[in-house]
Design a protein around this ligand. Structure first.
Ligand SMILES: C[S@@+](CC[C@H](N)C(=O)[O-])C[C@H]1O[C@@H](n2cnc3c(N)ncnc32)[C@H](O)[C@@H]1O
Length: 301
């Protein structure tokens, strides 16, 4: 366990200096708990016989993806891996965006540190000795690349067991959900980075986390803000839920939004407020108190 922890510390920070959120040389920025979470959910999916692939949207230097693929290899699971990223950073909020204010990520210094090429990701797989068989890099901005990936997956009747969202912004998160959510198997997992457990619950402090706004809007519009889809906290930043049933995703409205630069039809009515965010959080917390925490990685070490 000590060796494993040291290894993970170096992996996420690049050195023995504690867990950094935005490491200068580390392979991932997600931190230890979110890394362990992906292994636990891969094991849960296997235990529940949920077949299908693993998709990560938002790859950066590849750290989370490499860790997930390593777990797939170690536990001899049969899962394809799709790693979707522009490999050149984040775009500005697009015309008609429901979060036009979300420009912080595209500031030059931020985007310089987020834009990592396919070469860097491939090189990092090699550096960590993790094979890339069954791994496909899907380059491009999600709004362009994910409809094509969707068509390919549907053409092969390929389903997803785990969908991991780490695209930071509102638009990116909507692109992922409207293109891929209905391909997730019932019983499969949707994992969110940048959820921010307490974010958006304070009326006097508007939420800055567009990814959280997007996933909660999507859940409200598709009427899945219920006990079957309750969110679980990972580390106050990341969170996940299990898909409880099939829903018809309003893809036509999304496609029309992309064509016409008008996403207003994707807004929940009424709009979600800080009071709704507080109510959801209380519901998730109450649910968490009733279930035992899963700590498979520790048990198996
Ligand atoms: C927070 S980083 C991902 C962190 C990574 N999962 C890790 O293990 O550290 C966000 C990534 O999402 C990508 N991204 C954000 N918005 C995107 C979009 N609309 N299309 C494609 N890639 C996007 C960025 O290029 C960046 O690599």
């Amino acid at each position: 366990m000590a060796k494993y922890l040291k290894c993970v510390e170096r992996y996420s920070t690049g050195g023995p200096v504690g867990e950094a959120n935005w490491p200068k040389v580390g392979t991932t920025m997600v931190g230890h708990k979110r890394l362990k979470n992906i292994v636990n959910l891969l094991l849960d999916a296997r235990a529940a016989n949920v077949s299908g692939s693993y998709v990560e949207c938002g790859v950066w230097r590849g750290g989370m993806s490499i860790f997930a693929k390593a777990a797939i290899e170690v536990y001899q699971m049969k899962r394809r891996v799709y790693l979707c990223d522009s490999f050149q950073g984040l775009p500005l909020p697009r015309s008609g965006s429901l979060r036009p204010d979300e420009t912080v990520y595209t500031a030059q210094w931020v985007n310089d540190s987020l834009a990592k090429s396919e070469y860097i990701v491939t090189r990092n797989f090699g550096r960590h000795g993790v094979p890339m068989n069954g791994v496909r890099l899907v380059p491009g901005f999600f709004v362009n690349s994910l409809p094509k990936l969707r068509d390919q997956l549907k053409g092969r009747s390929e389903r997803l067991a785990l969908l991991r969202l780490d695209g930071d912004m509102y638009d990116a998160t909507m692109d992922i959900l409207y293109n891929l959510y209905d391909l997730v198997e019932v019983g499969g997992f949707v994992i969110m980075d940048d959820f921010g457990w307490a974010e958006g619950t304070n009326a006097s402090k508007p939420s800055l986390w567009g990814a959280k706004n997007a996933v909660l809007d999507f859940r409200a519009v598709h009427k899945i803000e219920d006990h079957a889809h309750v969110f679980h906290n990972i580390d106050d930043a990341g969170a996940w839920f299990r898909k409880g049933r099939e829903v018809t995703v309003r893809r036509r409205l999304y496609e029309r939004g992309v064509e016409q630069g008008d996403y207003s039809a994707l807004r929940p009515t009424p709009l979600l407020t800080a009071a709704d965010y507080r109510r959801f959080r209380r519901k998730y917390d109450a649910h968490a108190a009733r279930i035992l925490p899963v700590t498979k990685v520790e048990q198996q070490s």
